[in-house]
Design a binder for this molecule. Sequence first.
Ligand SMILES: *Cc1c(COP(=O)(O)O)cnc(C)c1O
Length: 371
Amino acid sequence: MSTSAITPRPHLARLSPYQPGGKLEYDGPIAFLASNENPLGPSPAAVEAMAEAARGVHLYPDPTYQALTEAIAAAHAIEAVDRIVVGAGSDEVLDLLIRAYAGPGDEVLHTAHAFAMYRIGALAHGATPVSVPERDLTADVDALLDRAGPATKLVFLADPNNPTGTMVGADAIRRLRAELPAHTLLVVDGAYAECVDPAVYAELLAFARDRDDVAITRTFSKLYGLAAVRLGWGYLPSATAALIQQMRSPFNVTSPADAAGRAAVADRAHLDASVTHLVKARDELRSALTQLDLPTPESHGNFVLPRFPSPEAANSAAAHLRARGVLVRVVAGYGLPDRLRISIGTAHDHERLLDGLRGWLAREPQELASH
Ligand SMILES: *Cc1c(COP(=O)(O)O)cnc(C)c1O
């Protein structure tokens, strides 16, 4: 209990910490299946570029990030390079958008099982996060439209969504935008864009190009395998981009991150190999889990979300796996207590996971393991 006379701004009392995927004390190699990282690792070219950049870290980075934004623009057929803003992870871009547009009295809408940072960011800036019901764990465009009103400054929609793995696609997003109030900025979070048909985000980027009320965020943390580098970007309306450029700290992206990002977008082969592995391994894992009587719906992300017979069963399975060096994500904090979110790993990771789950099923009392 703090007795300090130095008191934080009152709205910050509503904050609760982001629950990370977690680390694990385990004597041996760990299967990291809790944070949707790329099991194939980073592009070797990105690693080399960072090593090279490391020699120059006594100098500040180029604060315009011109080479990086040009590389990103070229890779995504974006003409207006000045509409791209880079950040320390897309988390930073999301936070800057909230800081720019929402504060006390303003609402920030997100779907019921949304990425936690929308709520945390809204609360951090004194705005009111509003959780909007989904339908079958999928964003419900009509429910979002029903809820949006005069106070709604931002709507966040991750497509595909984490942790549900569901998506609504470009047509639904176009309709959402068309019917949202004119004073509301729609933010499409494309953290898992690389997991889906490239036509989807090509279409969304083209849609956003002709509007001043749609922002799209992307990240190097997931399929590009650069989570620890902290690099993301937003394709923003021109006026928004200009504003965010003034708000962000001038050197928000480190020069190793800048170099890694440029090398990663140039290494198409690594991205393609990562996507190919993902699609095949995700199918295999889904059917293996389903065979273990853990119903696992289709996922458009680099993770799956099997259902356990009860919240107790999900927790006990996660603990059993942890004790065997397999780290999966408990998503009770996301309102999904009978699920575990399991990132797609290597074939070896999946063997360890499935062995662990078989052991758990064999050991558990009947009422936990069956349904
Ligand atoms: C992982 C994730 C992000 C954030 O990634 P950064 O590492 O900050 O780029 C953003 N949105 C969703 C939905 C995510 O799952």
